[in-house]
Ligand binder design. Structure first.
Ligand SMILES: NC(=O)c1ccc[n+]([C@@H]2O[C@H](COP(=O)([O-])OP(=O)(O)OC[C@H]3O[C@@H](n4cnc5c(N)ncnc54)[C@H](O)[C@@H]3O)[C@@H](O)[C@H]2O)c1
Length: 248
């Protein structure tokens, strides 16, 4: 039986994770941690009271680095769904996970469909030099751009380092009109409004054609098979992994 602690237990994702883990036969929730009315207020409080094999974190961008540092410095394997970690922070967590031989899975997107969308975008990236990403989320999302958009841009940039060649010199008459210029000139545009949960469209263009690859999450249920896969994988493999695609 895998003992799972859920951090961010009272949040939208945390509640869904608790139900899913408790419904699974091979794992159980041993601690519900939340700064807002949790069974435990901190990871340390939970660790002092119960035996934790894996902590699943769905909290907030400003907490996740500290939470992950605490887990990986105190013998707790971690599965991270919370987005907003910087490249430097991810590198530090990788070092800590490897030196302490603890499992650490960082998955900017646990939805299998979204992971496939990223993979397809990486495949298409070899054949186009112009691509832009539009990500669309509900208006309670705190970080922008989304972790999924950043990871998609990284994967596309690995496949092609010549994006946006051939554009004329551009002048933004309203700042931000061209979105954020990310890896290898792949522009990212973030939309926030009620009505969306999580969607992303990757648009490729070359002379005479465009290609659009789009994924829509319409219910948080879509993340749960990926979360279970991540917990089971980290229970077996005490390794650092960035991206669900590496274990699918
Ligand atoms: N990887 C994925 O597939 C995926 C999917 C959906 C959401 N997310 C990310 O997961 C995170 C949570 O999303 P949500 O919609 O559940 O948010 P939410 O605001 O509904 O829930 C967050 C919960 O975390 C708690 N919290 C905040 N800081 C904490 C801390 N330091 N310790 C303990 N609890 C803390 C809050 O009180 C709240 O109950 C966000 O970063 C979001 O972008 C990732």
């Amino acid at each position: 039986m895998i003992n799972v602690a859920v951090c961010g237990a009272n949040g939208k994702m945390g509640q869904q994770v608790i139900k899913t883990v408790n419904d699974a036969e091979d794992m159980t929730v041993v601690a519900k941690i939340d700064i807002n009315n949790g069974e435990f207020a901190t990871i340390k409080d939970a660790k002092d009271s119960v035996n934790i094999d894996i902590l699943v974190d769905f909290t907030q961008p400003k907490s996740i680095y500290e939470n992950a540092l605490y887990c990986l410095s105190n013998g707790i394997n971690i599965v991270i769904g919370t987005t907003g970690l910087t490249d430097e922070q991810i590198n530090e967590l990788k070092k800590l996970s490897e030196s302490n031989k603890l499992g650490c899975l960082i998955a900017p997107n646990f939805s299998t469909g979204a992971v496939l969308m990223m993979k397809f975008a990486q495949m298409a990236a070899k054949y186009f030099n112009n691509a832009e990403i539009i990500e669309l989320h509900h208006n309670q999302k705190k970080d922008a751009p989304s972790g999924t958009a950043v990871k998609t841009a990284q994967m596309m940039a690995e496949a092609n380092n010549e994006f946006t060649t051939g554009n004329c010199a551009e002048v933004e008459t309203i700042q931000g009109a061209r979105g954020a210029n990310s890896y290898n000139n792949i522009h990212i545009h973030s939309v926030r409004m009620p009505g969306f949960m999580a969607s992303q469209e990757v648009i490729f263009g070359s002379n005479g054609q465009t290609l659009k690859i789009r994924h829509d999450s319409t219910d948080r249920e879509c993340y749960m098979p990926g979360v279970l896969l991540g917990i089971r994988h980290i229970a077996e493999n005490k390794k650092f992994i960035y991206g669900l695609d590496n274990i699918m």
